[in-house]
Write a protein that binds this ligand. Sequence first.
Ligand SMILES: Cc1cc2nc3c(=O)[nH]c(=O)nc-3n(C[C@H](O)[C@H](O)[C@H](O)COP(=O)(O)OP(=O)(O)OC[C@H]3O[C@@H](n4cnc5c(N)ncnc54)[C@H](O)[C@@H]3O)c2cc1C
Ligand SMILES: *[C@@H]1O[C@H](CO)[C@@H](O)[C@H](O)[C@H]1NC(C)=O
Length: 199
Amino acid sequence: MMLSRFAKSLFAIIAMMFLFTMLAMLHPPSRNYIDPWTGQLFGEGGVEKSLKAKQQIAGVNGGVIMGKLGNATAKAALGQATWKLMHTMTLRYPEHPTPDERDALKSYFYLTSRLYPCGECAAEFQLLLKKYPPQTSSRRAASLWLCAVHNEVNKRLGKKEFDCAHLDDEYDCGCGGDDNDVRTPKDVDTGADIIRGGR
Ligand SMILES: Cc1cc2nc3c(=O)[nH]c(=O)nc-3n(C[C@H](O)[C@H](O)[C@H](O)COP(=O)(O)OP(=O)(O)OC[C@H]3O[C@@H](n4cnc5c(N)ncnc54)[C@H](O)[C@@H]3O)c2cc1C
Ligand SMILES: *[C@@H]1O[C@H](CO)[C@@H](O)[C@H](O)[C@H]1NC(C)=O
């Protein structure tokens, strides 16, 4: 049977449209990625995203672990020791922390809000962290954040407000001359390691 010229061109056009559709299907605009080894499907963001999630230590976030601490004397002594530890920590924290160091400090506070041995205090601390997330960008940011949070606890317990301008005098650990930064300092101009006396 002879096809008309019209039928031939129509067929050619349909065939070309089919071809283009197939080509488009070969390259779907998908950002999903299937790991050929495990068959695991990763969503947008690729493998890196799930790798990062795996590196996180479980247990940093979650509920309060300890029960109520009934003994008021023990509760006060524990509070004084803990505030001393935490304020000293933020005041020796690096001026320019790395992302890892920032994660460490943040995790520390979240873990404390779970493991603090006075359960009812921990529950209050969790609420505070929700309202005022830990500031970890620098020593100054971290220590002023903790001072403000401590003042929130003071307010709730009917204690007087602490003037955060006096943090350095209050928590002078006698380590003023120490190297506050564990990493070897570099000479600003040459980039060479600075050698300190007595080390
Ligand atoms: C996370 C957390 C939650 C707590 N929750 C409760 C609770 O729910 N109920 C309860 O009864 N107790 C709670 N406590 C204990 C409470 O905060 C006090 O530690 C305790 O009552 C003893 O008080 P204090 O008057 O000796 O001074 P503390 O508050 O223990 O402070 C110790 C010293 O730190 C200095 N200081 C005071 N304010 C600041 C500030 N803002 N910044 C820096 N330094 C300051 C002062 O020199 C003060 O003497 C909690 C403690 C912590 C660490
Ligand atoms: C409360 O705690 C203090 C200090 O930890 C302790 O000396 C005291 O015996 C305790 N009191 C009671 C009733 O357990």
